[in-house]
Design a protein around this ligand. Structure first.
Ligand code: PLP
Length: 439
């Protein structure tokens, strides 16, 4: 009997009683390799002594002080560190408690920027289908996952969606990657022109699509073209790196690999590695200056912004990632994982695609490899794979998107940055067994 309204009422959840390194343990002491870090959260794994020590020290020193009275040393130190390594021009940062809050803040910063700079008619948001930007109302309105949005539509602001850059689904036979990237980005220019460029506020996208499509990076050149289009029409580019950011793809920020810097960028999950709830919105200097030279404030705020405990966790996590050169391991183990997944699933009759970057990999399941037709959603394949994997001591994230109106099945892998090759091999072996048992 539980008094908690869990995500799914009949989920029959096991109790997580502990965690050490890449493993979680349930109430009976059974271990599970945390191969998705929850949903790309636990980048350092569990029980990291340096992070635990930093949290103890911060709790001893200062747990909370309201930001309308004080800043804190730890929040300033974290900001300094993150801005120093941010994509070009992102000179300021705003700390919140998670990914959805970071997206809400980015949207409001974009809107306030245009109000402060004399373009109040700019309010329209363009985003992409097969995207997820969070579950609060502004973030949900922005995301393109119809399954999540459907019943809440009357509460959602109007957002305009274009197709994502999703080569497996939308690249035409005979079309080169470059041609496809150009055509895919053209959808943004067409939409801006259709809506009226002077009314468009921002374009929002995940550099590597996570929860709805299962680790889908754009083809080379797509985001550079997107950046050009945004610049041409004065539209702000918001990149949502809540899932794919903070080292997950092998570089600190995923957009580094696309060769672009956005005007606003959101991060969360791997920022604090799950040791505390924390997210952040990076903003360009010109947006900060518009506020500083205009109203003198950002008209927003939550009780827990810049929370010292959350900032202490994030600072410790980021220090460990840098000190232990863990992004090198993300690259090496990402390549190993990709190879092993290719060997196990390359000829599998129900695996259409294996893709991703770094330790952020997706496996897309299809009923028919030839037609790429997804399985009937009534089969609840994702849920069955998750269950079969748990029975084999493996926790993986079943990403579920919308493909042409029906729900597609993907498995998302996002293990801790500390994983080794032998554990990667075990992950792929258990996953292969789980997929075969579920189908
Ligand atoms: N943006 C992206 C890309 C995400 O993947 C998520 C969560 O999965 C969010 C935003 C929302 O983050 P949160 O669940 O921390 O509110």
């Amino acid at each position: 009997m539980t008094r908690i309204l869990h995500r799914q009422i009949d989920a029959n959840l096991r109790t997580a009683s502990g965690g050490k390194g890449v493993e979680l343990f349930d109430q009976d002491g059974r271990g599970y390799i945390d191969a998705s870090g929850g949903a790309a959260v636990s980048c350092l794994g569990h029980g990291h002594p340096d992070v635990v020590a930093a949290l103890h020290a911060q709790a001893d020193k200062l747990a909370y002080a309201h930001t309308s009275f004080f800043t804190s040393e730890v929040a300033e130190a974290l900001a300094e560190r993150l801005v120093a390594d941010a994509p070009a021009g992102l000179d300021y940062i705003y700390f919140v408690s998670g990914g959805s809050e970071a997206v809400e803040a980015a949207l409001k910063m974009a809107r306030q920027y245009f109000v402060e700079t004399g373009q109040p008619q700019r309010a329209k948001i363009i985003a992409r289908r097969q995207s997820y930007h969070g579950n609060t109302l502004g973030a949900l309105a922005t995301g393109g996952n119809e399954w999540r949005r459907a019943q809440f539509k009357p509460l959602l602001a109007e957002t305009h969606h274009i197709d994502p850059c999703y080569a497996y689904r939308y690249q035409e036979p005979g079309e080169s990657e470059t041609e496809y990237g150009t055509r895919s980005a053209q959808a943004l220019e067409d939409k801006i022109l259709e809506l009226g460029p002077e009314t468009v506020m921002a374009f929002v996208a995940e550099p590597v699509v996570g929860a709805t499509a299962g680790a889908v990076p754009a083809v080379a050149g797509y985001f550079r073209r997107i950046r050009e289009i945004c610049d041409r029409y004065g539209v702000l580019l918001i990149l949502d790196e809540v899932m794919c950011g903070m080292g997950r793809t092998g570089t600190l920020h995923a957009c580094e690999q696309d060769g672009v810097a956005p005007d606003l960028m959101t991060v969360a999950k791997g920022l604090g590695g799950g040791y505390q709830p924390i997210g952040a919105t990076f903003l360009a200097g010109r947006i900060y200056e518009a506020f500083a030279n205009g109203s003198g404030l950002f008209q927003h705020g939550h009780t827990y912004i810049c929370h010292p405990m959350a900032c202490a966790a994030a600072l410790a996590v980021q220090e460990v990632v840098a000190r232990d050169r863990l992004l090198d391991n993300v690259k090496a183990m990402g390549a190993h994982l990709s190879r092993r997944l290719g060997e196990r699933f390359g000829n599998h009759p129900h695996v259409g695609d294996v893709r991703g970057r770094g330790l952020f990999m997706g496996v897309e399941l299809v009923e028919d490899r030839g037609t790429k037709a997804p399985f009937d959603p009534a089969r609840k394949l994702n849920a069955r794979i998750k269950r079969e994997a748990m029975n084999r001591g493996l926790a993986v994230y079943p990403a579920g998107g919308t493909i042409d109106g029906s729900r597609g099945d993907h498995i998302l892998l996002a293990p801790p940055f500390i994983i080794d090759a032998a554990t990667v091999d075990t992950v792929v072996e258990r996953l292969g067994e789980a997929v075969d048992a579920a189908i």
